[in-house]
Write a protein that binds this ligand. Structure first.
Ligand code: TNX
Length: 545
């Protein structure tokens, strides 16, 4: 420690303030050297794949500094910000070879150098560089400030590739603009996945067209949104207005995907089946049989709409071919619209249909969705439970999202070819109240004491009962369920700052995590959220800058 050589003079030493970087990089070496100063003459130099991250950075600086901040392909390196993407770049991260998302960043008075092997790595480095700037750099109007960047050497790479947050837009809708606001807030914390919970009992939020229906499939998919885009969560006794209705047209959804992808965020679309399907059953009489739940009206063949119901009250008929035609068609379109590596089929809480019917559904639906989409199939814990008797390789390419249940389900899943994303309800559910005074939120998952420090204090390899091997873990996610949440400001109040805890757990080497360090860096980060206009909960468990 730096204090070892000092003689104590009776005064408490000034605590060393760490740079306000969240998530914490793998290696941060500060020096007393002169800072870099951004001036009206500052240029960003970037070529090829480095241009997009460079433009993103310049777009942060232009409004706040009022400077031109041109992005050029060449010019003198002196006092420039140079961003380089080179697949053969020769650098190490804490002694190891570069990985896909890694970068090195050097700041000196003479210039800034950011180097990565991919555009994603450079984008990650840009997020770190942003956090080294004065907070006023985040202003959308010009500010007169000293634009100094402290001298530092940073080497960085993530622990996991999947660092996610889920938005439940089914219980209560969020507009395209609101979703972009969440993306803006979370991209700077190096979010890599936005999981969209697009359908549940209370509503259906994504336009599905009849284009490309399989032969013999006569379902009119446009009814999903015409009948169930206009429903939402009722008040449910949650001291809030009723849920917001609405849905994304396919163009709206493409706009979200593109906005996310430009920030190196992958969308994982979820339509929850076979349970949590009241909105689909209500819209599509073809799905209703004597075995689907709840029962359809015998006169109209339509399931009455029910905004709340007890959890797990709805179910597709696992013996009905139309159930699978529906699932294949919906996920084929979702996969085409999204273009990402995964589709999420839900699979949680199929209480009303019972275990063996649920296993039958999963046994047929997973291979069909995999075949139809070519994407990896994701599902919640119970999806892994349904796999206990499946053959070796059944879960190849699939991902279980652990929220609750037995560690054996997850270990069995990994042994049969899958991987796990950890969202243990006890330490990552973003819909939970911080404490009993929080006006919105549920309180079943962590005893009503769910602040950012608790959400920091777990590890994905040990949180699942009995533990799972690091190699079986794809990453971590914080889900925001929306029974009690209305609109972006309320959502952000629950998501920020706790998502930062989860995203640092997904990024920072396990041995480098430290709650006291995080407490200080997070407190300093609050000013950034404020200047950016993002709502956040001012937890009493840190000092906000
Ligand atoms: C359980 S977690 C659910 C959701 C609820 C949530 C509320 C999971 C896979 N299912 O349907 O919204 O609890 O906290």
């Amino acid at each position: 420690s730096m204090w070892e050589f000092e003689v104590w003079n009776g005064a408490e030493p000034e605590p060393v303030r760490e740079l306000p970087l969240v998530p914490k990089p793998a290696v941060v070496e500060t020096t007393d050297a002169e800072p870099f100063t951004i001036t009206p003459k500052t240029r960003v130099i970037a070529l090829g794949a480095a241009i997009a991250p460079a433009e993103f950075f310049a777009d942060v600086l232009r409004p706040s500094t009022g400077f031109d901040v041109p992005v050029k392909d060449d010019g003198p390196a002196e006092r420039a910000i140079r961003i380089t993407v080179d697949a053969d770049a020769d650098y190490t991260v804490d002694g190891a070879a570069p990985t896909e998302e890694s970068y090195v960043l050097d700041v000196a008075a003479s210039g800034i150098n950011l180097t990565a092997t991919t555009a994603h790595g450079a984008f990650n480095g840009v997020q770190t560089l942003r956090q080294l700037l004065p907070v006023w750099a985040e202003s959308d109007v010009a500010v007169n400030a000293d634009w100094e960047v402290p001298a530092v050497h940073i080497e960085d790479a993530p622990r996991f590739s999947y660092r996610g947050v889920m938005l439940d837009v089914a219980r209560s809708f969020q507009t395209v603009a609101e979703v972009k606001q969440h993306i803006d807030a979370l991209a700077q914390l190096k979010l890599s996945v936005l999981h969209m919970h697009l359908a549940d009992d209370q509503g259906w939020r994504i336009e599905i067209t009849n284009e490309g229906r399989a032969e013999g499939d006569t379902i009119d998919y446009s009814k999903l949104t015409s009948a169930s885009g206009i429903t939402a969560m009722n008040s449910g006794g949650y001291r809030n207005e009723v849920g917001r209705t609405g849905f994304y047209t396919q163009d709206d959804y493409r706009e979200i995907v593109e906005y996310a992808n430009e920030r190196f965020i992958t969308i994982v679309p979820e339509v929850d089946v076979p349970s949590h399907t009241n909105a689909a059953l209500h819209a599509l009489p073809e799905l209703n049989t004597a075995r689907s739940l709840p029962a359809a009206d015998p006169e109209t063949g339509v399931v009455p709409w029910n905004g709340t119901g007890s959890v797990g009250y709805s179910a597709l008929d696992e013996q009905h071919d139309a159930s699978y035609a529906f699932v294949s068609h919906v996920f084929t379109q979702l996969a085409e619209l999204t273009g990402g590596p995964y589709v999420h089929i839900g699979g949680d809480e199929a209480h009303a249909m019972g275990h063996s019917r649920f296993v039958d559904f999963i046994t047929r639906a997973v291979p069909e969705v995999k075949e139809a989409t070519g994407a990896g199939v994701m599902g919640w814990s119970e999806f892994a439970e349904a796999g206990l008797d499946q053959p070796e390789g059944f879960w190849d390419g699939s991902v279980v999202q652990y929220w609750i249940g037995s560690g054996d389900w997850v270990r069995n899943f990994i042994a049969k070819g899958g991987k796990a994303v950890i969202s243990a309800a006890t330490g990552s559910y973003l819909d939970q109240k911080y404490n009993s005074a929080t006006p919105i939120g549920l309180s079943w998952a962590c005893g009503g004491s769910c602040d950012f420090d608790r959400y920091y204090g777990w590890d994905p390899t040990t949180t699942v009962a009995g533990g799972v091997a690091e190699a079986g873990v794809l990453g971590v996610e914080g889900p925001l369920w929306s029974e009690t949440v209305r609109g972006a400001d309320q959502a952000q109040y629950l998501v920020l700052p706790r998502a930062a805890s989860i995203l640092e757990t997904g990024w920072t080497p396990k041995a480098d995590k430290d709650i006291e360090s995080f407490r200080q860096r997070l407190g300093d980060f609050g000013a950034r959220f404020a200047v950016q206009g993002h709502n956040f909960y001012e937890s009493p468990n840190t000092t906000w800058a």
